[in-house]
Design a protein around this ligand. Structure first.
Ligand code: BUP
Length: 455
């Protein structure tokens, strides 16, 4: 009997940073003849999530879709994305009947780290393997996996220490630890610890990374030096992009098309950064002072549905007048992959959300890292070490302090004029391309997983 391609159910979690790698992987699996079922939680937190899911399904009619209602949460002041992680975990068991009756029968569930504890028993009852998809750097994943051990010692995050030690990998500077981890009762911390405890039940951890980007950390975790009960870490990135090109604000494109090669700084802090108005003002000053051309994607709320402010209320009219030939500011969703691919882009000022890092790596675009929250400081260090970018540590967490326009301007000049960095970043791009090319390290890992799952 000839083997037939597997049927894989994909279960992402809340937020574009989590949904994006799942849609990309779903698209890749489908083009490799797998049967794919995409499971999505309803209602979604952001408008971007619902529109991307709809567009993805319209472009991939062969992909099956299960939409399930998450059980409501008690209203609290917690981050709405964290609340959705928690609600999804409480609701996942409801999926059992539809997964059990899938046709052809399911071969595996690929699910987000954020739902690890609730999906493990479902996969076990179905008698199929569960692969967890990690949406962050390998280094930050080590911290997530090791968090229960750190939380068991009240001194782990003591301010008298300058670093946090995790066996097998280089220590993490204390300021890079996400502030919620210092509070065991914080919702994000308790959820993460529960997720970490469920990791050993998974068959493997698929990561949107490539071997050459974090070789030492990957080798350490895969040789059991971080923890001895983790499943294999399977680097399959950078995941190839699939994104809607239609229905987006592309008003900046004609302008971008007319700019010289590598002359424009692209500025974006991802989908969940609500930058303060004082910082927005300083950033505008910094961009102007740098003298460089810029394309700035500006968001002012954590959840896009709440983003009601207009550009004219955020920045002075004189700023627009002075910079009308130098820059464009966009409010709303852009196609970041198209922007990073554009020949005019020469640098990327970014928060180091992991998808953005892998997209910049794929295109070999030098980054100026300015972490805002979550995994981003650890990611910034990874970016710096890999040669993809520079990071000004003393800026700290973007959402906590205020960095002056003068400093921002200087750093942008450094980013755009550092030829050595540009060369290193280009090399990162070449290595990323090799990893996902036929016979490349990441491509082989994915092929092996799919061969293992063939029916
Ligand atoms: Br904003 C924005 N267009 O306008 P990250 C983002 N993106 O294509 P985040 C757009 O969304 P987390 C826009 O290319 C990336 O693939 C971007 O994910 C795309 O950051 C994704 O970079 C955003 O991981 O998520 O949104 O902060 O907090 O989970 O890191």
């Amino acid at each position: 009997i000839t083997a037939s391609p597997p049927h894989i159910a994909l279960l992402p979690s809340a937020g574009m940073g989590h949904l994006t790698p799942f849609l990309r992987l779903a698209s890749m699996l489908s083009s490799r003849s797998c049967t794919v079922t995409l499971i999505t939680a309803s209602p979604s937190v952001s408008a971007a999530e619902s529109s991307h899911i709809s567009f993805f399904l319209s472009q991939h009619p062969q992909v099956k879709h299960i939409e399930f209602q998450v059980l409501p949460s008690k209203p609290t002041t917690d981050d709405p994305f964290f609340l959705q992680f928690e609600a999804t975990n409480r609701s996942v068991h409801l999926l059992y009947p539809s997964l059990a009756s899938a046709s052809p029968p399911l071969s595996a569930i690929f699910s987000d780290f954020a739902v690890a504890p609730s999906i493990a028993p479902v996969a076990a009852d179905l008698g199929i393997p569960n692969y967890i998809i990690s949406t962050t750097s390998c280094k930050f994943f080590c911290l997530l996996a090791y968090l229960p051990v750190l939380l068991s010692d009240p001194l782990s995050f003591s301010s008298s220490l300058s670093e946090v030690s995790i066996p097998g990998i280089t220590p993490l500077p204390l300021p890079s630890i996400p502030p919620p981890f210092k509070n065991p009762n914080h919702l994000f911390t308790s959820l993460t610890a529960a997720n970490a405890q469920a990791l050993s039940k998974a068959k493997g951890i698929l990561m949107n990374i490539f071997d050459d980007f974090e070789p030492e950390t990957l080798a350490a975790i895969n040789s059991g030096r971080v923890l001895d009960n983790l499943p294999p870490i399977l680097p399959i990135g950078p995941l190839e992009t699939f994104e809607p090109k239609k229905e987006l604000d592309q008003s900046y494109l004609p302008w971008l098309d007319s700019q010289p090669a590598e002359s424009v700084v692209y500025v974006s802090f991802g989908s969940r950064t609500a930058m303060s108005s004082a910082q927005i003002t300083e950033l505008s000053k910094g961009l102007e002072r740098s003298g460089y051309r810029f394309l700035w994607v500006l968001k002012t709320s954590k959840v896009d549905k709440d983003d009601k402010e207009e550009l004219k209320d955020l920045l002075e009219e004189s700023f627009f007048d002075r910079t009308k030939n130098k820059g464009r500011i966009v409010k709303g969703w852009v196609s970041q992959q198209d922007i990073l691919e554009h020949r005019a882009i020469g640098g990327f000022l970014n928060h180091c959300g992991w998808n953005s890092v892998m997209e910049a790596a794929r295109k070999g675009i030098p980054m100026l890292a300015w972490p805002q929250h979550g995994d981003q400081s650890v990611n910034a260090e990874v970016v710096e070490k890999a040669g993809l970018g520079i990071w000004e540590r003393k800026w700290g967490w973007g959402l906590e302090g205020l960095v002056s326009g003068e400093e921002i301007g200087k750093k942008i000049v450094e980013l755009m004029e550092d030829e050595k960095l540009r060369g290193l970043a280009r090399k990162v791009g070449e290595n990323a391309g090799k990893a996902i090319g036929i016979g490349g390290k990441s491509e082989k890992v994915l092929t092996e997983v799919l061969e293992y799952l063939e029916q």
